[in-house]
Design a protein around this ligand. Structure first.
Ligand code: NCD
Length: 352
């Protein structure tokens, strides 16, 4: 709902959920959990820790560590399991019975941070996918091919055509979320696919094309996987996010790395968007002239796909200029958020 204030706009929206978030572990949680909880009532927490969160027991203790930090904040972590070729079929029943696990995450081996123990051969996970289909557990996919002969900009399309299409064909009732889609090809794949298929979209893939990373100087803080793509791809993502198709919903993919690990000869992939995530999405929706659809994208569609109730509390987004800090403290180290030092036009506040 859009309401007009004197001289400025404000939008009231149901508190949103983040359907793809990297919180990390240990001291770093004191940075990442409050940043996420500022706007999001719930977040789907990715399992690419060291060692990976590969069992329900590990997910349970990770959740407890997050909840210790979230004490007093209105925030619920929803957990994922890390899928590997060693995942026993029996783990799926345990995960479902726990009531804590919302999805199982498929990382192609070696594709990104913490993906070394991921999946090499898609056939090897078929028995687990069978069990997930039967139990109604959602498959969350980092859809990029790790094959060295596949160009870094073509990895998403290649994986969709060579791997994901087969899984979709072979598991017609398995619910699948293609995470952080970055191409027009992925938008088409999801849009034309069955209702069991959905996708998350990040603020950075909506706001930027690859020129932000490579078009001038090399800008390490725009480096994430999948890479930012061409302008045509960005426009297709914007059309999907701001359109009415309920298969596309919010997943920030916010992923912190220490400044030194990004500004390095061998820099880590990941953009830290949590401190201003909702405000960054608001820019996109306002530019598209459909700010009134932000609530559907951010607060309704994801919960509906995951079969969870929508949140009952509200947020307000006010037109108010504020400056994002140039750096943040993360367990005593510097962290550079996306849009560091920039002045943003919207500011989100909880409504009590
Ligand atoms: C993620 C991370 O840093 O954990 N990287 C990223 O580019 N955001 C890993 C991932 O790809 O999920």
């Amino acid at each position: 709902m859009v309401i007009c204030l004197a001289m400025s706009d404000a939008i009231r929206l149901i508190r949103p959920d983040d359907w793809h978030l990297h919180l990390r572990d240990g001291e770093v949680l004191w940075r990442t959990v409050p940043d996420a909880a500022r706007c999001f009532a719930r977040a789907l927490v990715m399992p690419n820790l060291e060692p990976p969160v590969a069992t329900t027991a590990l997910a349970r203790s990770y959740r407890e560590r997050i909840l210790e930090v979230a004490h007093g904040l209105d925030f619920e972590p929803l957990m994922t399991l890390y899928l590997s070729e060693q995942t026993p079929v029996s783990e799926i029943a345990l995960a479902c019975e726990s009531g804590l696990i919302q999805a199982v995450k498929w990382y192609p081996a070696g594709i990104t941070t913490g993906a070394a123990a991921g999946v090499r051969r898609t056939e090897s996970i078929y028995p687990v996918l069978e069990a997930m289909q039967e139990e109604g557990m959602i498959l969350s996919v980092h859809a990029e091919s790790p094959l060295p002969e596949v160009d870094a900009f073509d990895r998403e399309q290649h994986f969709i055509e060579q791997e994901l299409s087969c899984v979709l064909r072979d598991f017609p009732s398995l619910r699948i979320v293609v995470e952080h889609i970055s191409t027009a090809c992925a938008v088409d794949f999801v849009r034309t696919g069955p209702p069991t298929l959905a996708a998350t979209i990040t603020a950075h893939h909506l706001l930027h094309n690859r020129n932000a990373l490579l078009g001038g100087d090399l800008r390490a803080h725009y480096f994430c996987r999948p890479l930012l793509k061409r302008e045509e791809d960005r426009c297709a993502l914007v059309a999907a996010a701001t359109g009415t198709d309920r298969k596309f919903f919010l997943g920030t993919y916010s992923a912190p790395h220490r400044r030194g690990d990004k500004e390095s000869a061998c820099g880590c992939a990941g953009c830290y968007t949590a401190p201003a995530a909702l405000e960054l999405y608001a820019i996109v929706f306002e530019q598209a002239g459909v700010l009134d659809r932000l609530e559907d994208f951010a607060s309704r569609r994801g919960a509906d796909f995951y079969g969870l109730p929508q949140n009952t509390k509200y947020m307000e987004l006010r037109r108010q200029r504020w400056q994002l800090p140039a750096t943040l403290d993360m367990a005593g180290e510097e962290l550079v958020p996306l849009a560091a030092g920039e002045v943003l036009a919207w500011r989100a506040e909880p409504l009590v």
